[in-house]
Write a protein that binds this ligand. Structure first.
Ligand SMILES: [Zn+2]
Length: 84
């Protein structure tokens, strides 16, 4: 595993937050995030977003909204990644 940098790590962070990374990769991401304010901010905002959304749409389709939000975020961060 090479050094993780933010530009190449965004998609990795999504998988990290989804809990789907292999143990060794997850440990490497853990290590990077612990020392990187930008990644900490990303992780915190990503984790907060579905909860905020659920609060705002408490009575209607939270699962569908959360799923589409995640798809949207993935598309956006993939576009971001390709520009860097
Ligand atoms: Zn970082």
């Amino acid at each position: 595993m090479n050094e993780i940098v933010c530009a190449s790590g965004v998609e990795l962070l999504m998988d990290y937050l989804d809990g789907v990374l292999p143990e060794d990769v997850r440990a490497a991401v853990d290590e990077h995030v612990a020392g990187c304010p930008r990644c900490i901010a990303f992780v915190e905002s990503y984790r907060a977003m579905p909860r905020i959304l659920r609060d705002a749409t408490a009575a209607t389709l939270p699962a569908e909204v959360e799923a589409s939000l995640r798809a949207f975020l993935r598309a956006r961060t993939t576009a971001f990644r390709s520009r860097h």
